[in-house]
Design a protein around this ligand. Structure first.
Ligand code: NAD
Length: 290
């Protein structure tokens, strides 16, 4: 396939490199980052998109996605697919899909889970929204860049799945961290708490696979001074998207709201955005009930 790849940052560059390694012809454009080896460099987004079968975007947010979409859709071939793998708000994803349809193009929103490690290893999980036809056209690319792609329904549903998942993740991480901090104050050994919870009804991915307590459970960012992993600033971005969507859909999400407020304080007031999102544990450790 001919692929135009726009946004070659931490995630985009290794994803593009994997497409090249699998034999696809990739032309890239980024306002700042250089193209990885094997990716032909275009001087504008429109140039990267011209004649492409699929135009893949991996960008910071919905506003930038909409501006790039306005630039590339008019030059894209009829029937070509605009495949956005960024994490953006549901409304922007749906607006871009409508715009694509106005230009005779298809659109898929397919945010990812798996981070920079998954992007490099080609083991991302994609959650995709769009028509069956659009999903079928992009599936071969998901097979290269990832290990799993779930078609979640029409446009915007990929983003909806992503923010629901990450809202659960943020809430659960806070719950796990506050339980460890409470155990400390009750004189309960962290390893014992892990041994019990990881095989009891309080178990979760954050406890069992990504334990926020150093030296307990499997190796995780906690064992590396909370170097990300998944940075708290990115968790805050996703939690804010969940609350934006909840507001628009009139959904009651009190725990998501509380998690957003806590990560906001952690990142913006306390300057911990570069730490892994599990660094909530040392934060709780050092605090008293207020
Ligand atoms: P990044 O900031 O490293 O990369 C974004 C790239 O987009 C940058 O290189 C930037 O120069 C480029 N860019 C910005 N505006 C542009 C424009 N108008 N035209 C062309 N290029 C432009 O970010 P990232 O970590 O690669 O994340 C990309 C997306 O993936 C984000 O939406 C993020 O939320 C999501 N995501 C990231 C991770 C992660 O662990 N980093 C995990 C899952 C999802």
């Amino acid at each position: 396939m001919k692929v135009g790849f726009i946004g070659l940052g931490n995630m985009g560059a290794p994803m593009a490199a994997n497409l090249v390694a699998a034999g696809h012809e990739v032309t890239g454009f980024d306002t700042v980052a250089a193209c990885p080896d094997g990716v032909a460099s275009a001087s504008t987004a429109a140039a990267a998109a011209t004649d492409a079968d699929v135009v893949l975007t991996m960008l910071p947010n919905g506003a930038i996605l909409k501006s790039v979409a306005s630039e590339v859709l008019p030059v894209m071939s009829k029937g070509a697919v605009l495949l956005d793998c960024s994490t953006v708000d549901v409304e922007s994803a749906r607006a871009v899909a409508e715009q694509a349809s106005d230009h005779g193009c298809l659109a898929v929103d397919a945010p990812v889970s798996g981070g920079i490690g998954g992007a490099a290893a080609g083991t991302l999980t994609f959650m995709a929204g769009g028509s069956d036809e659009a999903f079928a056209k992009t599936e071969p690319l998901f097979d290269i860049m990832g290990q799993k792609a779930v078609h979640c329904g029409p446009s915007g549903n990929g983003q909806a799945a992503k923010i629901c998942n990450n809202m659960i993740l943020g809430v659960t991480m806070i719950g796990t961290c506050e339980a460890f901090a409470l155990a400390d104050k009750l004189g309960l050994d962290r390893q014992k708490l892990f041994d019990v919870v990881s095989t009891s009804s309080g178990y979760s991915w954050t406890m069992n696979a990504y334990c926020p307590a150093p030296g307990v459970g499997p190796t995780s960012p906690a064992d590396n001074d909370y170097t990300p992993g998944f940075a708290a600033a990115l968790m805050l971005k996703d939690l804010r998207l969940s609350q934006q969507a909840a507001e628009a859909a009139d959904a009651d999400t009190p725990m998501g709201q509380a998690a957003t407020a806590l990560y906001e304080t952690f990142v913006e007031t306390e300057g911990q955005g570069d730490k892994d999102f599990s660094a909530m544990l040392p934060r709780f450790e050092s605090r008293r009930r207020s």
